[in-house]
Design a protein around this ligand. Structure first.
Ligand code: IMP
Ligand code: MG
Length: 172
């Protein structure tokens, strides 16, 4: 990493929490028809680890939305650039998101999936970043609550770099 950074969550912290979330989801969805929908690009690593921590038959698909440019501020504008291809009618959708900041993206996504005739729509986010929340949105499964800061690593990028870091860091 070329820029200075501080570790916020180690790889071990993340793995331990992902396993706890996986156990809870396994229990809660025991009699369901679960489809994980990972929100690209940021949630690709979290989705890959979380799905392996869930001991159920489940399906996986992805959606891609863009709301950020290369900066660290949300543009507030959501653009859908990849839609899931699975049939979601009657399914129990669990949206898997990397981080919730203002809440704009997640609120848009939940509204979008509520029009798809799924049986249920819930949300699992690795990081609930609270300081800049402008749209209140329930997060059914939250990994870590972090007040503020721009985070990188474990799927999170800054201008598309740093997604491959094992832990989560703050740009200093
Ligand atoms: P929101 O719509 O403001 O909640 O923004 C959500 C999206 O912005 C997330 O899905 C991330 O992709 C991105 N984002 C928000 N905060 C951060 C951060 O600290 N680091 C990297 N990406 C972030
Ligand atoms: Mg994201």
């Amino acid at each position: 990493m070329r820029q200075q950074s501080l570790e916020v969550l180690s790889h071990n912290d993340i793995q331990q929490r992902v396993h706890e979330l996986g156990e809870k989801i396994t229990a809660d969805y025991a009699n369901s028809d679960l489809v994980l929908i990972g929100v690209l690009n940021g949630a690709f690593i979290f989705t890959a680890d979380l799905c392996r921590a869930i001991d159920l038959d489940l399906a996986i698909d992805f959606i891609r939305v863009a709301s950020y440019g290369d900066g660290t501020e949300s543009s507030g504008e959501i653009r859908l650039s990849k839609t899931p291809e699975l049939d979601l009618v009657g399914k129990d959708i669990l949206l898997v998101e990397d981080i919730v900041d203002t809440g704009t993206t997640l609120a848009w996504l939940v509204k979008h999936f509520k029009t798809q005739d799924a049986r249920s729509v819930k949300v699992c986010a690795l990081v609930d970043k609270t300081e800049r929340r402008t749209t209140e949105i329930p997060i059914d499964y939250a990994g870590f609550r972090i007040n503020k800061g721009f985070l990188i690593g474990y799927g999170l990028d800054h201008a598309e770099i740093y997604r491959n870091l094992q832990g989560i860091y703050t740009l200093a």
